[in-house]
Design a protein around this ligand. Structure first.
Ligand SMILES: Nc1nc2c(ncn2[C@@H]2O[C@H](COP(=O)(O)OP(=O)(O)O)[C@@H](O)[C@H]2O)c(=O)[nH]1
Ligand SMILES: [Mg+2]
Length: 207
């Protein structure tokens, strides 16, 4: 299957959860450390070069960026965290925005947690996982930059990452450079949306 989403569009940036627009679509949020490859991966999923702005300066976005995919899915790009040089106040603002968002009526059904395959989960990732588990937010780990490791090293690393996160979820390896895992990720998103819609309607995606 070849999934394409030609009508993907940027909706708006939200600095405060009170500004969150009323959009009744299944919602998936994307989280991860700054520089993990979040913007690049989103562009790869959307099959666009510059739908999501990539920046050389890590940690400069402090907003929720909303994208609507083919009028079917709302993708929320969360600000990257864990930027060592960020001021304490900035880190606090990040945590506050994420906390308000994840506990709001607009909370996502699923969080895709991006982790650099070379570094695995860092303390800040583990803190987020703990938070998501505590608040009953479903999440799935996605390993980025899989092209940076090969063969056994990659397999071993994925296993270690899985163990470091409690041993339940094995990260999906992806690469925006060689497109590995991108189509699987699109399928995963579609499957998530299908499940959501089935609870509301009678399988509208069946044809
Ligand atoms: N080798 C490799 N580099 C990547 C990949 N994805 C992103 N990068 C690089 O990682 C850096 C950070 O990417 P970016 O998407 O801006 O990260 P963000 O801060 O998480 O949004 C950039 O220099 C990208 O070119 C990938 O799949 N493979
Ligand atoms: Mg980015």
């Amino acid at each position: 299957m070849n999934i394409r989403w030609p009508n993907t569009k940027f909706i708006q940036s939200v600095a405060d959860t009170r500004e969150f627009p009323h959009i009744e679509l299944p919602q998936i949020a994307i989280a991860g450390h700054s520089n993990v490859g979040k913007s690049t991966l989103l562009n790869a999923i959307f099959d666009r070069k510059n739908m999501v702005k990539t920046s050389k300066r890590p940690g400069c976005t402090r907003l929720l960026n909303l994208f609507e995919v083919d009028e079917q899915i709302l993708i929320v790009d969360l600000p990257g965290y864990g930027y060592a040089r960020a001021a304490k106040k900035e880190k606090h603002q990040w945590a506050k925005l994420i906390d308000l968002y994840l506990r709001s009526a607009d909370a996502p059904q699923l969080v895709l947690l991006l982790l650099d395959i070379r570094h695995g989960p860092k303390d800040t990732d583990l803190q987020l996982i703990e938070y998501l588990n505590e608040h009953g937010v479903r999440w799935l780990p996605i390993a980025t930059k899989a092209d940076k490791l090969t063969g056994n090293k990659r397999t071993k690393r994925l296993k270690e990452m899985c163990e470091a996160m409690g041993g339940m979820l094995k990260p999906l390896p992806t690469s925006s450079t060689d497109s590995r895992g991108i189509e699987t990720l699109r399928l995963l998103i579609i499957e998530e949306v299908r499940q959501q819609q089935q609870t509301v309607w009678d399988d509208p995606l069946a044809n």
